[in-house]
Design a protein around this ligand. Structure first.
Ligand code: PMP
Length: 287
């Protein structure tokens, strides 16, 4: 089946989908994006993703491309036209096409691209093995709360992870604190049994999955706090895991050379993986 993409008002064959060479996303990375998971033909947490899109657009003073209901219509069309039962929809919004010049153009129409892809849901076999991570210096800009398409440091970090046979690269700031993963939020269970994820600030993206998993942790009555932790604390942690719309809850069993806990996914990561899986199925998250 041929994939279909939405590009600035039209549904086109994915292989022919293109934007203008002077789209400011292409020229300046002057745009933002969202990734929304689809499970069993339903969007997961679409509202908070679209709220975050509005915040990112607002922070960059890019005009919203259309009303939320019009946007939902396109998201559904892309889901249906690509027959996505399980997968993702990807939305990218840029400041539009204008003659190349750094300042905001006087007249440019916000550009919108939406694509979809099928992907099988996260496999619970991940609970048997977990994944490895490496640490890298966080050399990004100071507005990581904006979901900008300017992802070069994230790309380089993820590539370093792949070359080290690792799933994720964990960014560490100059003071030694973990910020987040190259495309995930990072969590640990300390040796004292406390579940931690960094508090929200401009150093990290406010992950939608992070927010949902925080609520699940509260339902499960876990000792949970939003507080920054160092790479050393993470390496010495009882458990570690990462969250995102596509990684859901993925246990981390090694960071660099340090084995986390006993080298297997821990009970907290398992419990949250299962609670999140139920949440995605639309079941009772607290059950
Ligand atoms: N941090 C970064 C840098 C990311 O790219 C992502 C995924 N887009 C996340 C965190 C997780 O965000 P979410 O749970 O909304 O997918």
């Amino acid at each position: 089946m041929a994939r279909i993409a939405y590009v600035n008002g039209r549904y086109v064959a994915h292989r022919k989908a293109a934007v203008h060479v002077e789209d400011r996303g292409y020229q300046f990375a002057d745009g933002v994006y969202e990734v929304i998971a689809v499970r069993a033909g339903r969007f997961i947490d679409a509202e908070p993703h679209l709220d975050r899109l509005d915040r990112s657009l607002g922070a960059l003073r890019i005009a919203t491309p259309m009303s939320r209901s019009a946007l939902y219509h396109i998201l559904h069309e892309v889901m249906y036209r690509n027959r996505i039962e399980n997968g993702i929809v990807y939305l990218q919004v840029t400041r539009g096409v204008a003659r190349r010049d750094h300042p905001f153009p006087a007249k440019a129409k916000t550009a919108l691209v939406v694509t979809g892809s099928r992907k099988s849901p996260l496999d619970s076999r991940i609970l048997e093995t977990g994944v490895n991570a490496i640490s890298v210096l966080d050399n990004r800009w100071k507005h990581c709360n904006i979901k900008s398409i300017s992802l070069l440091p994230n790309v380089l970090a993820k590539q370093a992870a792949r070359e080290a046979d690792a799933y994720e690269a964990v960014f560490v700031d100059e003071e030694g604190f973990v910020t987040e993963g190259s495309s995930t939020n990072v969590w640990i269970v300390t040796s004292g049994g406390e579940l931690l994820t960094r508090e929200l600030d401009h150093g990290i993206l406010a992950g939608v999955t992070r927010e949902t998993v925080s609520k699940l942790a509260e339902h499960l009555r876990l000792a949970f706090a939003e507080r920054r932790f160092t790479l050393e604390e993470a390496r010495g942690a009882r458990e570690a895991f990462v969250t995102s719309a596509t990684s859901c809850v993925t246990p981390v069993v090694r960071i660099d050379e340090a084995i986390i806990g006993n080298g297997e996914p821990g009970s907290t990561a398992r419990a949250l993986f299962e609670a999140y899986a139920r949440y995605m199925e639309g079941g009772d998250a607290a059950a």
